[in-house]
Design a protein around this ligand. Structure first.
Ligand SMILES: NCc1[nH]cc(CCC(=O)O)c1CC(=O)O
Length: 333
């Protein structure tokens, strides 16, 4: 830790370096660049269509052809990665979640289409059963219980299908125990040794996910809550145990989620492990900024940029944010 030596006033005047934009720039400690951004997008079935998500103004579900265009746009802007979330036809949701590892499910079709058209953008996928689960849970439900080990087997099949489709980064967001090690072993055995895992390691049971669940059509489906696998928002040491565990099982990158209310966790994780650390500025955070902005209660663009530099200050190497293309355009000037 640096130990700044400060002469007594007036030798030290902290305002000297605030006097002009030039001096403030020189003294700036952290920067946000387009390379820090991962853009989450919602994919739906059909052709040449977009459906706005009401609780996320400016965000729409896109058909695969539009997702490819979005990926092209993101790549042209310099955004390194796009993250896919499928809106699954309710008819395809089952107790066993079989659609999750179907070769041609929506997510895998979108991955293939993007990798064919825009090979240089990294495609990240979501490994969790909720879009395919009739109960809306991230794991398989038996007699009202989310069963861990059987869920991990299903998640491994899902991860392999995503790797097969060409995903560059797998994002297990399910919070089952043992899934990172199981996925890593299976990926190695199947010749996918170069597929990266960005573990949603410290994922809290959060009400900030509300608009996302609307976007992927999981709100109505969810029976109960996710507190038996996602973290208690009151906990902090537990986040370090989870991150340490996932890194020890072979995660390449780790995530804290939600973002802004959990910056203390980002900082602790970065300090303790020094691993590539990401935060997810989730749907509810986005909705709050957009909602207050639309009311004229805050300056939306300034709050957006301030919220993102806060992640950098907290030690994050990157941020998943629905603002990604807007920020990229702003940074390009
Ligand atoms: N596995 C589900 C998943 N993956 C990403 C999010 C939330 C993202 C957001 O709110 O923006 C969720 C929701 C949940 O856990 O219920």
């Amino acid at each position: 830790m640096p130990n700044p030596i400060t002469a007594p006033f007036p030798a030290t005047r902290m305002r000297r370096l605030k006097r002009s934009a030039a001096l403030r720039g020189l003294a700036q400690e952290n920067v946000l660049t387009v390379q820090d951004l991962i853009w989450p997008v919602f994919v739906m079935d059909g052709e040449d269509a977009q459906t706005p998500v009401p609780s996320m103004p400016g965000v729409a579900r896109l058909t695969v052809d539009h997702v490819v265009e979005a990926a092209r746009e993101a790549h042209d802007l310099g955004i390194p990665a796009i993250c896919l979330f499928p809106y699954t036809d309710p008819k395809l949701k089952t107790q066993g979640c079989e659609e999750a590892w179907s070769r041609d499910n929506l997510s895998n079709r979108a991955t293939r289409a993007i990798k064919a058209a825009v090979p240089d953008i990294a495609v990240m996928t979501d490994v969790a059963l909720d879009p395919y689960n009739i109960n809306g849970h991230d794991g398989i439900v038996r007699d009202g219980v989310i069963v861990n080990d059987e869920s991990v087997e299903a998640l491994v099949k899902m991860a392999l299908a995503q790797a097969e489709a060409g995903a560059d980064i797998l994002g297990p967001s399910d919070m089952m125990d043992g899934r990172i090690g199981a996925m890593r072993t299976a990926l190695e055995a199947a010749g996918h040794q170069d597929v990266a895992i960005l573990s949603y390691a410290a994922k809290y049971a959060s009400a900030f996910y509300g608009p996302f669940r609307d976007a992927v059509g999981a709100s109505g489906a969810l029976v109960g809550d996710k507190k038996t696998y996602q973290m208690n928002p009151a906990n902090s040491d537990e986040a370090l145990r989870l991150v340490g565990r996932d890194l020890a099982e072979g995660a390449d990158m780790v995530m804290v989620k939600p973002g802004l209310p959990y910056l203390d966790i980002c900082r602790r994780v970065k300090d303790q492990f020094g691993a590539p650390t990401y935060a997810y500025q989730v749907s509810g955070e986005y909705a709050m900024i957009m909602g207050a902005g639309a009311q004229g209660w805050i300056n939306e663009e300034q709050v957006m940029m301030e919220s993102l530099i806060a992640f950098k200050r907290a030690g994050c190497d990157g941020i998943l944010t629905y603002f990604a293309p807007r920020v990229a355009r702003l940074l390009r000037g």
